[in-house]
Design a protein around this ligand. Sequence first.
Ligand code: ZN
Length: 373
Amino acid sequence: MFFQIEHKDKNCNARTGKINLEHGVVEVPVFMPVGTQASVKALTQEELEDIGTTIILCNAYHLYLRPGLETLSVAGGIHPFMSWEKPILTDSGGFQLFSLAHLNKVTNEGVIFQSHIDGSRHHITPEKMIQFQMDIGADIIMSFDECTPYPVSHKDAEKSMRRTIVWEKKGFEYWKERNEQSHSQLFGILQGSVYEDLRIKCAGELCGIDFPGFAIGGVSVGETDEERHRITEVSAKLLPENKPRYLMGVGAPEDVLWAIRCGVDMFDCVMPTRNARNGCLFTSHGKLNIRNARFVRDFNPLDEECTCPVCKRYTRAYLSHLYRAKEILAFRLNTLHNVYFMLKLFEKVRQAIREDRYLDFYNDFFSKYNIGN
Ligand SMILES: [Zn+2]
């Protein structure tokens, strides 16, 4: 069985479960570190394994352009290429295509664009994007979708959503035909921006299709926290109960923990890794900026509650020094801690749900964790 729900919290919609994939079992709720270009920036695959990563995300748009299908095929797929034997989810790259590439033409058939790397011209169809993700052997693959900007009028949001639905249906048909020779599981993506009626319409079109799982897309694009929480809640309710639900691109603890209450199972976000490189570190009391002068002679661990290799060994003063001296080690240690923080948070989340105390856990967490910090 692809997805099994193991326990539903008695007091909210949070749930634990298992996703069975070709390269392993993923326990949910899960946080997936982002390895856009087949690398979680600053960490090695060994380090990711050592801190308990069960699945990572790579980006099909980037991998399509570089190293490209030929290299990945000769390598035997994305797993052997990067020497990662656990599950990989590939994002189809709609978001990156729309934000990085020079677009020439967008139609119901697909997109003609110029690469952000070398200006080369490409024609991508929804079928081709599914094909690429299947060919490189990703465990979970995403429908090709149009990234709706924010803010957007209701009319434009609907137009964009309609196009995405056409693309998703084409991608699904392609996937279904090839599915028997492949282990890649295709997820549908719910769009509709911040408009509840559009989310409902989109779900009406897509939820009847037998995608193995569904994602909530078009969030974390600049909307307010309230809008994000409302759309998450509305969308999660619209998606089938018996399939994994994935909230794309959302990773701040305050958003993630809210979404888990609503029954969302999977998350990815560049925030832990990107923040780390900017010196912004997660702690049980909220975010801390290691650039701050008060850490120069602070010989305490980064987070006294954290059991990561960084907090066990190094002090805030040392991390502060590394950052100021622009040592490569600063990026490495900061990233290791932030990714560990997220993985550990999710371990605690799963335990709390299993014991029907997720809401208590939620309240306890935010009684200490300062969001505005
Ligand atoms: Zn730590």
